[in-house]
Design a protein around this ligand. Structure first.
Ligand code: SSV
Length: 139
């Protein structure tokens, strides 16, 4: 299974009173990872998000935590495609520190068009093609 990698060095402002990373930061990093993917592999989609022609809505997300992380830890966020179709994309995330699995997460993104309300649309071709290089892992 192919993964898209986003590397992050934990900052002090991402940690809480007891020194570990605040749980919500991992969802920020899911966001950073997916937007780097778009910028690299589907720049026209970024443009249509800017113009408002397309909207990508996060319809669900989750996190499971296995180890604490701390400031200056180096984290690899490894994003894989779990499913795509029906205008939706399901991603899976592994968070690794020195190869060790510290957390996992998921999210579902829906492609929408805002015209007389909000309507589901197909995954834009450029993004769909980019995703094709990341065959979903067997269920
Ligand atoms: C503006 C906003 O909310 C942006 C949303 C971005 C969504 C990006 C989705 C990218 C999916 C990539 C999946 C790749 C799997 C290997």
């Amino acid at each position: 299974m192919r993964t898209y990698r986003y590397h992050h060095v934990v900052t002090f402002d991402e940690t809480n009173l007891v020194g570990n990373v605040y749980f919500a930061q991992y969802l920020h990093w899911q966001g950073h990872c997916r937007e780097r993917f778009l910028a690299e592999h589907a720049p026209s989609v970024v443009e249509s998000l800017k113009t408002g022609e397309l909207a990508l809505a996060t319809v669900s997300c989750s996190m499971d935590f296995y180890k604490e992380c701390f400031a200056l830890d180096e984290i690899d966020v490894l994003m894989s495609l779990r499913d795509k179709g029906g205008g939706r994309i399901t991603m899976h995330f592994e968070f690794r520190r020195d190869g060790e699995l510290v957390a996992t997460g998921t999210q579902v993104v829906a492609c929408l068009c805002r015209e007389d309300g909000v309507h589901p649309v197909d995954i834009p071709a450029e993004l769909d093609d980019a995703l094709s290089a990341y065959a979903p892992a067997p269920k």
